[in-house]
Design a protein around this ligand. Structure first.
Ligand code: AMP
Length: 281
């Protein structure tokens, strides 16, 4: 199988996309930080179905890491990523070096209010500014018609949707379902940082919030169901539960309004690795 060309510069990417657009072809972009797994590939496959041309970007964005240690140990597996993308296949991989994305003199930040403030925004100051800035840049660089994002990062998906609406960016956002391992663990590049013992405990995060959501639907009190989920996660050997919250699915504000879609979102630490997950309630 031939792997897609890997472009490193914005000028090369633009030249390629201009050629496609001149022929009237629709362009989809799938932004990733690499260390690809089936979750990422499901986004690329969705783009492949909808668009004549598919770009996957691989860029470990330093601006969205609030912890330098986390940035340093983030997995980088470009060759394996290119081989996986060849199975989709995608048309091009855009993997720029940091100085191509943030050249000297770069001073602009895109900051989304409201939806980016609670939960991940509170726990990871600056994280969503980094995401919003790089996503805006990737849309500008790629001139894509559609952008593909995973529900795995539910809050991020809401932030990107808000950003596109607020700035009138000419790109349609497509949110794709969370892909899970057979035992329920949401696929994540961070899962490979778990110890073998940690990997066995990790599915409890999903199991516990699923149980809580079922209990709430069956009429149990929100607070009680959430407390039981947190206890189950701690009892399984997680180091810490950062949050489990039931929120309005769109605004991410606290919500007891059962007539509107709600989402349960959780973050917890296991083996020094921060895992997040979310489900509809
Ligand atoms: P990342 O490389 O972690 O920044 O993720 C890149 C994109 O893949 C984001 O839109 C994520 O939401 C999405 N993604 C990551 N894991 C999954 C998964 N398990 N299922 C679906 N989408 C995912």
């Amino acid at each position: 199988m031939t792997t897609a060309p890997i472009l490193r510069s914005v000028a090369d990417l633009r030249a390629m996309v201009r050629g496609w657009k001149a022929k009237g072809e629709t362009v989809g972009v799938v932004p990733t930080m690499g260390a690809l797994h089936d979750g990422h590939l499901s986004l690329a496959r969705a783009a492949r179905r909808d668009c004549a041309r598919v770009i996957t970007t691989i860029f470990v964005n330093p601006k969205q890491f609030n912890n330098p240690e986390d940035l340093k140990k983030y997995p980088r597996t470009e060759e394996a990523d290119a081989a996986l993308l060849a199975t989709v296949p995608v048309d091009v991989i855009f993997a720029p070096p940091p100085e191509e994305v943030y050249p000297e003199g770069f001073v602009t930040t895109v900051s989304v209010g409201g939806v980016s403030e609670p939960l991940e925004g509170r726990m990871r100051p600056g994280h969503f500014d980094g995401v919003a800035t790089v996503v805006t840049k990737l849309f500008g660089m790629s001139m894509a018609d559609r952008g593909y994002f995973g529900q795995k990062d539910w809050q991020q998906l809401q932030v990107v949707q808000r950003l596109v609406r607020d700035l009138n960016l000419p790109v349609e956002i497509v949110g794709c379902e969370t892909i899970r391992e057979a035992d329920g663990l949401a696929m994540s590049s961070r899962n490979r940082q778990l110890t073998p013992e940690g990997r066995l405990k990790a599915p409890v995060l999903y199991a516990a919030i699923t149980r809580a959501a079922d209990d709430i639907r069956a009429g149990h009190a929100d607070r009680m169901a959430i407390r039981e989920a947190a206890e189950a996660i701690r009892a399984a050997g997680f180091d810490r539960v950062e949050y489990i919250e039931l929120r309005d699915a769109g605004t991410l504000m606290p919500s007891s309004d059962v007539t509107r879609p709600r989402r349960m979102l959780a973050a917890a630490w296991l083996d020094g690795v921060r895992l997040i997950d979310n489900i509809p309630v």
